[in-house]
Design a protein around this ligand. Structure first.
Ligand code: PLP
Length: 393
């Protein structure tokens, strides 16, 4: 006899959906009719409101977090011969931009609880060529900034934060974006604050901000225009071979209203995380994400780690089974040392990154986004509980 199992959900729950309301739609339409589509008044307003939100002196809007990280490295003069320390447990963009600058990424392992960069591993990786550390606030949980700040001060290194996951997070009551030399945010379609594509660089360093503003738009010098206005408004000077990384006012139109709604969206994320935490209590086959007491977590992602010794299936099969129950999920991340380019170019081996490598085999990110209802969250909990029971040892 074949027993037909009814999936937990008949309507598929996607892994992510952006939270766009009428205010964003109206502002985009207003921009389209305004006669000014690219970088203009709305981008300027978004920059200034974002700087206020994170408590930084400057905020520079760009078209991605990748562009943001690249711009910081270029403006800081990081190039051939320089080393930059990054965690292996991150998205490729964090390290790719170092390659773009012809500098050398140095990969280190992460801490077992948060999977954030391990300061003791950073300390061991520092050489006379080290110029910067790029801590990644993975999943929205801030890194151990105190330990990194000590290393940065001792060895005169820059701290360039990859805060792609961490808008709305706090470390020791300080907003992420106000701590390191520069912080890069992502407003990609799946992130906590969405402009479709987009990013922001915050810094308290006025010289760095000045240099970055040249790098993001072709290397055009604004002060040349000021000095030579008698020559006409058409005059400009290129003083370095800059990038084309500026944000458009269409993106900023989205960002302005996303920022205005951010606190509400963040509290909904916290509620969902709490509901998961309570719903999975007692489920020993699943290790839940941690939140240390000295941070406010941005809850960009909700990554569980399977205790594989308690299950008869592996992570890939678990993801397939979740799909069978109508639940989308994903993996964050395939560590960089597992990717062919980095593995071969830098001769990386799993044994060099025992914590990240072991965690990777067991990671599954469950859906966590503001448009989920409590019933959606409960469906995910039920599906995971069903699978643990079905495939438990
Ligand atoms: C998404 C992401 C990026 C890149 O952001 P983009 O805005 O898509 O360029 C960088 N680092 C991490 C950790 C990310 O998750």
């Amino acid at each position: 006899m074949i027993i037909e199992r009814v999936p937990v959900r008949t309507v598929f729950l996607p892994f992510n959906r952006p939270d766009i309301t009428e205010t964003e739609v109206d502002e985009v339409v207003d921009t389209l009719y305004s006669g000014w589509l690219t970088t203009g008044p709305k981008t300027k307003a978004f920059e200034s409101q974002f700087a206020d939100f994170v408590g930084s002196r400057h905020a520079l809007a760009v078209n991605s977090c990748t562009a943001a990280l690249h711009t910081v490295l270029a403006a800081a003069g990081i190039g051939p011969g320089d080393e930059v320390i990054v965690p292996t447990m991150t998205f490729a963009a964090t390290a790719n931009v170092i390659i773009h600058q012809r500098a050398t990424p140095v990969f280190v392992d992460v801490q077992p609880d948060t999977l954030n960069i391990d300061p003791t591993a950073v300390a061991r990786a520092i050489t006379p060529r080290t110029r910067a550390i790029i801590p990644v606030h993975l999943y929205g949980h801030p890194c151990d900034m105190a330990a990194l700040q000590v290393l940065a001060q001792t060895y005169e290194l820059l701290i360039i934060e990859d805060a792609a996951h961490a808008v709305g997070a706090y470390w020791h009551n300080k907003p992420i974006g106000s701590i390191g030399h520069a912080t890069a945010f992502s407003f990609y379609a799946t992130k906590n604050l969405v402009t479709a594509e987009g990013g922001m660089i915050t810094t308290n360093n006025s010289e760095l901000d000045f240099a970055m503003r040249r790098w993001v738009l072709h290397g055009i010098s604004r002060d040349a225009w000021d000095r030579y206005t008698q020559q006409g408004s058409w005059y400009y000077e290129i003083i370095l071979p800059g990038f084309k990384y500026n944000m458009t006012d269409i993106q900023a139109a989205l960002g302005l209203h996303q920022l205005a709604r951010l606190e509400r969206m963040q509290s909904r994320r916290q509620q969902i995380a709490n509901r998961y935490q309570a719903g999975f209590t007692g489920l020993t086959a699943v290790e839940l994400p941690t939140c240390r007491s000295d941070v406010v977590h941005a809850w960009h992602l909700y990554p569980i780690r399977l205790r594989l010794e308690q299950l008869t299936i592996d992570r890939a099969a678990f993801i397939e089974a979740l799909r069978g129950e109508g639940i989308g999920s994903s993996v964050h991340f395939i560590p960089l040392h597992r990717h062919p380019y980095y593995r071969e170019q830098f001769d990386l081996h799993p044994a060099m990154f025992p914590v990240a490598d072991e965690a990777y085999e067991r990671l599954i990110s469950l859906p966590l986004y503001t448009r989920m209802s409590d019933a959606d969250v409960d469906d995910v909990i039920e599906a995971v509980r069903c699978l643990v029971q079905r495939y438990g040892r």
